[in-house]
Each structure stands twice: as C-alpha cells, then as structure tokens.
Design a protein around this ligand. Structure first.
Ligand code: PLZ
Length: 448
C-alpha cells in the first residue's frame, strides 16, 4: 500500500559514519555541560532534517524512523500540508492567548475533536500544551463534576511527569523514584496483561476486571471514585493491549457507578492503531478522552474532550493556560486531520500492522527470547525474555537489540515496566520499502 505523500527528503537509509557519528558526539559532549542527565535521549544523533520515513543527522546519516518522536509525527515529519498552514499562520499572528482574544482555528480543532472522538453524544473540547496537562485537566473536571476525590489508575499505566500525572503513573524508576510525596487520593489496580497473567491470556480480561472492581469496592468504595483513567493500550508500560473484555468491563462498571471513565488516548490516538482512536477497538465510549502527540504533527498541542454535561459544569475561568491551543499548533492540527482523511492514514496504519505483525510472529518462532508479539496497527512491539520457557524479562538483550538496530541505521525505541520491550511506531506515511528494510534490520539484529 503506497502513501500519497510526496517526500522532500530522499527516502533511503544511508549510514556514512559510526552512529552516533563524530559531529553528533561533539554535540553530545557540549550538551552534557548544558543539560542535566535527567533528560535522556534514546539515540544521541543530532538531527538536521526529517520527513516521510527518515531522520537525517549532522553527520549525513539517514536513519529509518520506527519511532515518530514517540508516536507524534504520524503524518510524517515536517509534513508539507502542516508546514504550509503553519507558515501562513506564523506570518499572520503567533499568539493572542485564546483567553484574551480568540481565533477560529481553535474552535475548528475542538469541533473536529467533538465530531471524531467515539460516541455521538454532545461533547465539548478545549486545548492545552502537553499530554500531562490534558490528563491533569481531565481529573480536575471529573472531580469537580462528581464532587468526589478518588482517582483510579492501573498497573503499567503512564500518564505524564507532573505531580498528579506522575502519581497516576505506575513505574517507580525513572518516573517516581525520589520525587515524592505523591499526590493524594490516587489508587492503583491490576491491569489485563495477558502475557503475564497467572491463569493465562484467555482468562485475563474478565479476571483482571473482577479483581480491579473488587479492590475498588474494598479499598475506596465506588461511590467515592471521581474517575478511572486507562490507556486503551498501555504505551510506556510495554505496549500492553488489555486482554479482551477488560476495557469494556471497566467502562461498564464506571457507568453503573457514576464514575467518569477517562480514556488516555495520548499515545494511541489519531489513526495510530488502525482506528482513529483505540477505544473503538473495544467498542467503548469514554466520558472524557485525552489526546496529544499525533494531533498536531509535532507542534505542542493536546486536547480534553468530554460529555457536554460534565464539561459545562466547570465555572467560567476554571480552565485554561497561556499557550493552550496556540494558533500555530491549531493550524497544524487542522492540517493533520486533513492529511489523515485524504491520505487514508487510518487504513494505512492497519496495513502497517498487517505487514509487521506476521513478520514479528515469524521472528518469534525462530527466537524463543521473543516471548510475546503484540500491538495494533502501527503500534506494535516484541517483549524479550530469557527464553527456554522462562518469561523472565531480559532488559540487557533488549538494549543490545536496540543498539544493533541503531548501528545499522534503524531508529527503534524500547519501553516497558521491565525495560524489555522493543516498540515500533513508524510514521503512518513511511514508504513500504523502508518498512520492509527496517524489519530486515531487526531480524538481522537477532542473528548477532
Ligand atoms: N499519557 C498515554 O504516552 C507520553 C512519554 C515520554 P506529554 N508518553 C511519552 C517520557 O518519557 O516522558 C504520554 C503518554 C500517555 C500521557 C503522556 C504524557 O504526555 O505530552 O509527554 O506530557
């Protein structure tokens, strides 16, 4: 399946130096004197250009991009339609603050979010700067609307790095350790991690839901819960697709108990999984959806979309922020939505999954250190274990596989609570030959 997009950069892998090369290494040295080590980089090649399926560095290497800047540049980096709309906007005005003097593009993005997110009920949306800020706001709204305080999140969940969203996030290292105390009234429940569920993946969905619901009742009391927040695929937790029935059971429980069900679609949204939103795979209609990343092709933008009757309860001035819905980012989002529609990117994400998953499964047949292959559409992953029947995570092998891919010019990311998952998030517009070449590099990485 070809993508319609004309690419500005040659769509080729080109490795002309060691990776990182000498100029990148110089910049990395300079960076260590200026930027604290708390900010990491997966692969410290310093970028000059990127587009389609490639990222080009200061040494002239052209890497195949299987990361999309963590699921952001689905429409391709510096997508021509995004560039055109942003360029026109930057010449008109760069900022007024929507809370001071508004503009049409913000309203148009919100109308689009209301129309495109699951459910045909009346909705309202507003815009902020980052995924974490969207999640913070979703929780504020749920608390205000219900008059309750408790918030339920799940094991392996990731929701951001601010105080509240770090508290919602499951993993201690590197996200929480040393940064306490955490925010109050956040409770964590088991999630439906089929591969690691003691009684096996088939029982996992209903059993995990039953455990979570039982614990909510015992530890909090359903009537005290303002919101339950869940990623329809756990992203940073390891691309864990909740076992069948889990998401549905949790959403139904929320509905029956007056709890706001928040779907965090920040990583899964905007065509990434082969639907516009991953909640659609589960047939659930969330009360609030948080979006970011893929929404604006790389410009910082995030959205909170919810039922009108919940959203409209917040008093005037109760929500906002200086930069939320910046006009450049709104223009970029409108371009992204056009691109998804005209470029058939939902279908293309499905095709990417149909291309990748069988090859990943075949690779797992050959190498028993690949314990699990999973994902949806253009959000897929392999989980690496010691092998020989053991499910013990193998983070060292995972790092080594990523290193080999990087050295060969394939930019892959790792993830997972146990740091043992290699994840694949190619731009949805990646040319077929690069997707296939990238898979070949990954396969070779397992040969040593
Ligand atoms: N919710 C589901 O995936 C961001 C984080 C990278 P921000 N994921 C990438 C890192 O190490 O910080 C994310 C997410 C989900 C919320 C967020 C947070 O989005 O835009 O990074 O704030």
């Amino acid at each position: 399946m070809t993508s319609q997009i004309e690419h500005r950069l040659p769509q080729e892998r080109r490795v002309v130096t060691e990776i990182p090369g000498p100029r990148s290494r110089e910049l990395q040295e300079r960076r260590t004197g200026a930027v604290p080590p708390g900010i990491g980089s997966v692969l410290p090649v310093y970028v000059t250009e990127a587009g389609g399926g490639v990222v080009v560095d200061v040494d002239g290497n052209s890497l195949i991009d299987f990361g999309s800047g963590i699921a952001v540049t689905g429409v391709g980096n510096a997508n021509p339609r995004v560039v055109e709309r942003v360029r026109a906007q930057v010449e008109r005005f760069t900022h007024t603050c929507f809370m001071v003097a508004p503009y049409e593009s913000y309203v148009a993005v919100c109308e689009a979010l209301n129309r495109l997110t699951p459910g045909d009920h009346e909705k309202r949306s507003f815009l902020v700067n980052s995924g974490a800020e969207a999640v913070e706001n979703a929780v504020k709204i749920a608390r205000h609307a219900t008059g309750r305080q408790a918030v339920v999140a799940f094991d392996h969940g990731f929701h951001g790095r601010t105080l509240l969203t770090m508290t919602l996030t499951a993993k201690a290292m590197p996200y929480r350790a040393g940064f306490g105390p955490m925010a109050p009234e956040v409770y964590r429940m088991p999630t439906a991690y089929g591969y690691r569920w003691p009684t096996g993946p088939d029982n996992c969905g209903p059993e995990a839901a039953a455990q979570a619901i039982d614990q909510i009742g015992k530890q909090i009391g359903a009537g005290n819960v303002a919101a339950v927040i869940l990623e329809p695929i756990h992203g940073e937790g390891g691309f864990i697709v909740p076992a069948p029935g889990f998401v549905r059971a949790i959403a139904d429980f929320c509905k029956a108990n007056g709890i706001v069900f928040i779907a965090d679609e920040i990583q899964t949204g905007f065509a990434r999984t082969g639907h516009l939103f991953a909640s659609e795979h589960e047939g659930v209609v969330p009360d609030i959806i948080t979006t970011a990343k893929g929404i604006a092709g790389g410009l910082p933008l995030a959205g909170v979309t919810g039922r009108a009757e919940i959203m409209d309860r917040i008093h005037g001035g109760g929500l906002g922020g200086t930069y939320g819905g910046n006009p450049l980012a709104c223009e970029a989002a409108l371009a992204v939505l056009e691109e998804i529609e005209t470029g058939g990117l939902v279908e293309r994400a499905g095709w990417i999954g149909d291309t990748m998953l069988p090859r990943l499964r075949a690779l797992a047949e050959k190498h028993d250190v690949i314990g699990d292959v999973r994902g949806r559409g253009a959000m897929t992953a392999i989980e690496l274990v010691k092998g020989g029947g053991s499910k013990e995570p193998d983070p060292e092998l995972t790092a080594e596989i990523a290193r080999r891919c990087h050295a060969a010019g394939l930019l892959v990311l790792t993830t997972g609570t146990y740091n043992n998952v290699v994840r694949f998030l190619p731009p949805l517009v990646i040319p077929e030959h690069l997707l296939v070449e990238g898979l070949g590099i990954l396969e070779s990485a397992f040969e040593g």
